[in-house]
Write a protein that binds this ligand. Sequence first.
Ligand SMILES: [Zn+2]
Ligand SMILES: [Zn+2]
Ligand SMILES: [Zn+2]
Length: 88
Amino acid sequence: MKKGTHTDQMDPDVRPRTPDGCEECLKSGSWWVHLRLCETCGHVGCCDSSPNKHATKHFHASGHPIVQSFEPGEDWRWCYVDEVEVQV
Ligand SMILES: [Zn+2]
Ligand SMILES: [Zn+2]
Ligand SMILES: [Zn+2]
């Protein structure tokens, strides 16, 4: 698959649904290491260094391909399908 073909699934006006943290971890009372924001629907999930890996689980459940870092001062995007950093 060609690089960058998933950027059309990014919502330029996406807003985090749970700005306070990982949606599932907040519900279950769990914890996380870093947060990732789904660029398609605004789901906030925890990274693969976290015990529950909800960002990756969200990709597998929804097919939404691109996340961006939801950490202060970090500005990068990742495509799960292509496993590359996305340049926009
Ligand atoms: Zn892609
Ligand atoms: Zn989580
Ligand atoms: Zn999503």
